[in-house]
Design a protein around this ligand. Structure first.
Ligand code: GTP
Ligand code: MG
Length: 148
């Protein structure tokens, strides 16, 4: 089954949105297979955001994501990568539709609450960057036959 990496950013943690973020993906029907509250190192942040290293906001991005704890998660489900991105909404909260996470909670592009992998390749890279194999759990859930 497909997996994606999602992360509540430091603003989401500070604004008490960890529970709400977990709840949204749980209620949708996805399965939580890994999660931890952690502080990203400078090196880790640079690796995570290496695709943006030539952008003018790269320094700000690394500084912000390392400014406080983040809540890193791995979620599993059919088409979870694309569906989670839809649930997050557009990158800039000003353009994100109401009902999406960024539409409901975000105000600025820098502090947009949540990160989500944008492709199978980035999901694999990000899951491996944040989690050891033994931190990802394989289990069946009793509700799966009611979801699929
Ligand atoms: P992520 O899931 O966080 O990767 O968001 P995204 O895939 O929707 O956006 P993208 O990968 O293009 O950019 C990564 C992050 O950089 C965004 O989530 C924003 O927080 C931040 N970002 C993007 N554009 C800007 C910008 O113009 N200014 C600032 N300050 N931050 C930006
Ligand atoms: Mg991105």
């Amino acid at each position: 089954m497909e997996k994606t990496f999602l992360m509540v950013k430091p603003d989401g943690v500070q604004r008490n949105l960890v529970g709400e973020m977990v709840s949204r993906f749980e209620r949708k029907g996805f399965k939580l297979v890994g999660a931890k509250l952690m502080q990203m190192s400078d090196d880790m942040a640079k690796t995570h955001y290496d695709e943006h290293q030539d952008k003018p906001f790269y320094g700000e991005l690394v500084e912000f994501i390392t400014s406080g704890p983040v809540f890193a998660m791995v979620w599993e489900g059919e088409n979870v990568i694309a569906i989670a991105r839809d649930m997050m909404g557009k990158t800039n909260p000003l353009e994100a539709a109401p009902g999406t996470i960024r539409g409901d909670y975000g105000m600025t592009v820098g502090k947009n609450i949540i990160h989500g992998s944008d492709s199978p390749e980035s999901a694999e890279k990000e899951i491996n960057l944040f989690f050891q194999d033994n931190e990802i759990k394989t289990y069946s859930k009793q509700d799966s036959e009611w979801i699929y």
